[in-house]
Design a protein around this ligand. Structure first.
Ligand SMILES: [Zn+2]
Ligand SMILES: [Zn+2]
Length: 227
């Protein structure tokens, strides 16, 4: 039956565009090259032997928890690049299908009331890019909660983080975000982005959400840059 479906509705690998089996995001070769992050540091999502890495122990972030599905690189990096810069919004659905939470949040009612919020783009960049990759992930992700695309906005157009390193990234995004108090107050928030690099962006988003009255913020990203 699967073979028949594959013949009628061929799917293509998100990274290399090879034909692959129905409902698979990646072809067999690319899927093998993915590096899932299992049980990384609970704060920064980096692979770590315990559930807390040394740098988060010394300087814990403002968010309660961060989880990333895969280490950034290889076929996942190719897929994300095609999705974001190749103007292939349809790939967002494929990538979003891989987003999963861990079992920590078990209170179903709390989950239903929780806001799922994309890391926003500045409107000028949104106009250039035509879509916000994080918003498309939020739209299609198999997650429970209220999708809130307007809960957080980017009020400052900052240079791309990729051009900067460490401390410069923190300064670059400081005060770049503002949360909407009427949407956010008293809620827990799950913040979604495609890639977490140093964590400076999600830290700045978390501070803005907390300032607007969010009780707590967790972070879920497709990929995590592993130094
Ligand atoms: Zn492939
Ligand atoms: Zn950590």
């Amino acid at each position: 039956m699967q073979l028949l479906l594959d013949l009628i509705y061929p799917s293509r690998c998100a990274a290399c565009d090879q034909l692959c089996s129905q409902n698979a995001a990646f072809c067999v070769t690319c899927a093998r090259a993915l590096e899932p992050i299992e049980g990384g540091c609970r704060f920064c999502a980096l692979p770590s032997p315990g559930n807390l890495c040394l740098s988060c122990l010394v300087r814990p972030p403002s968010y309660k928890r961060a989880r990333s599905m895969f280490a950034f690189g290889g076929p996942l990096a190719d897929a994300i690049r095609r999705f974001k810069f190749g103007r292939m919004p349809a790939l967002g659905r494929t990538l979003a299908s891989l987003l999963r939470e861990d079992e920590e949040l078990t209170d179903k009612e709390a989950l239903e009331r929780r806001l799922i919020v994309p890391v926003p783009l500045h409107y000028r960049r949104l106009r250039q890019r035509e879509f916000n990759p994080a918003s498309l992930l939020v739209l299609a992700a198999p997650l429970t909660g209220i999708r809130a695309f307007d809960a957080l906005s980017r009020v400052r157009d900052t240079p791309p983080q990729t051009a900067l390193s460490g401390r410069a990234r923190q300064n670059n995004v400081r005060d770049a975000f503002v949360g909407r108090r009427d949407r956010v107050r008293g809620r827990s928030v799950l913040l979604i982005d495609d890639v977490m690099t140093t964590g400076a962006t999600v830290e700045a988003c978390t501070r803005a959400l907390r300032q607007a009255g969010a009780i707590e913020v967790s972070v879920l990203t497709m990929a995590r840059a592993v130094p």
